[in-house]
Design a protein around this ligand. Sequence first.
Ligand code: KIV
Length: 275
Amino acid sequence: MRSNESDAQPKKVVTVPDLIGYKLQDRRIVMVTAYDYSAALIADRAGVDAILVGDSLGMMVLGHKNVLPVTLDDIIHHTRAVTAAARRALVVADLPFGAYQAGAQDALRSAVRLMKEAGARSVKMEGGAQIADAIELVTKSGIPVVGHLGLTPQSVHKFGGHKLQATTEAEASALVRDALAVEQAGAWAIVLEMVPAAAAMAVSRELSIPTIGIGAGPWCDGQVQVWHDLLALPPGRDFHHVKQYANLGDIAIDALKTYADEVRDGKFPTEEHSS
Ligand code: KIV
């Protein structure tokens, strides 16, 4: 089926209860990040279940060194573009650093903005037991929350870099405890980032809500990947936990070089491109 033909099909909107139900059906959740209208359109047409407007936006789109400078207004701006495109996929928006660390009321205020001003259908928050009260208040207010444990990039300086987490037995047990606290607080899923596969498996078995892994091995209930990493945009970023499904960065460079050559050589535009 060509992509424009699949567009003509009626879309069943993916909901939070659908995705929770996948775990019982032993069906994997597919999530990918997107930060703009055209990427979200492509992800939605490809049939992913959920699109994450992650604060990785800071590095992938805004040119920051880490996620810390990303603001709530940045996430709202980009989430609006994504929700304008996503007809089927569930759009989850990140609460960025500084938008919920002051406490539960702060988290609720920020989460409400993401739902009301940007059209997100769920939010994501980093942290375990220490933010359980915030997760509880946000979920009790009717806003579905995805938790995020393991390598939580908003704490990059505490970890001393983007490093594998939960590598000792004690840390792996603490990961399970935090995951249970996040589940009990009302989160509907938990992202597990950069933890050993065995630790992710232990968490996935312990919880009744789905885990969504990134760099966390094959036994999570779903996977999330960063758009730019899957498609090699730009080329040259090559991580152990990523599989590049296309090399669009190199394709784009070649295409733009050809365009530049053709303009310089007077081969484009021709009469064919003239009105
Ligand atoms: O911001 C992001 O893209 C994320 C994913 C890596 C899970 O949090």
